[in-house]
Design a protein around this ligand. Structure first.
Ligand SMILES: [Zn+2]
Length: 174
């Protein structure tokens, strides 16, 4: 039984993150085995000493997420179909990157909102308000009635910029 991540070719870090998210530790083992070539669910179960039902569940989970694909072959003797599974690392990474891109877009929107608005809050840590909202409430907190004061959102902007910087670096590295 092997959980050596190094055995999954190329861009290991990204793949590892996807696989463990989708299918846990056994998902990584199965991906590892498939990265060496096609295999049936029964072969995987035997090789990795994992219950066949669990192997199938993991394969379907991976398939749902487009991380694996299969080739179906009819067995002439039994008339049954045999499924040969294989890894789709490029599709997996594409999916993963799309998710990152969506996240990055959301962060960009949020950053724009933070930069384009002035915020106000009370001493009691009630939810902050935008300038327009604060004006509506005559600069009194709608929750507790305390006076509203300017709220410094610089730490939020810094945190967003840090998070976006980290995401962009991941894009460059992949
Ligand atoms: Zn308040």
């Amino acid at each position: 039984m092997s959980t050596e991540i190094e055995e999954i070719p190329q861009r290991n870090g990204v793949l590892r993150e996807i696989l463990s998210k989708i299918a846990g530790e056994h998902g990584l083992e199965i991906a590892d085995a498939l990265s060496k070539g096609e295999a049936t669910d029964e072969e995987l179960a035997k090789k990795l000493n994992i219950q066949l039902n669990l192997v199938r569940k993991i394969l379907y989970d991976l398939y749902d997420n487009r991380v694996v694909s299969y080739r179906r072959v009819r067995d002439d003797n039994t008339g049954w179909y045999v499924y040969y599974w294989k890894m789709e690392p490029d599709r997996a990474i594409e999916l993963f990157m799309n998710n990152k891109r969506i996240l990055l877009n959301k962060l960009e929107e949020r950053l724009k909102f933070e930069r384009n608005n002035m915020f106000f809050s009370c001493k009691n840590k009630c939810p902050r308000l935008t300038f327009d909202e604060a004006t509506e409430y005559d600069f009194k907190c709608p929750r507790c009635g305390e006076e509203l004061e300017p709220f410094d959102n610089r730490p939020i902007i810094d945190a967003l910029e840090r998070q976006m910087g980290a995401l962009r670096r991941e894009f460059l590295e992949s």
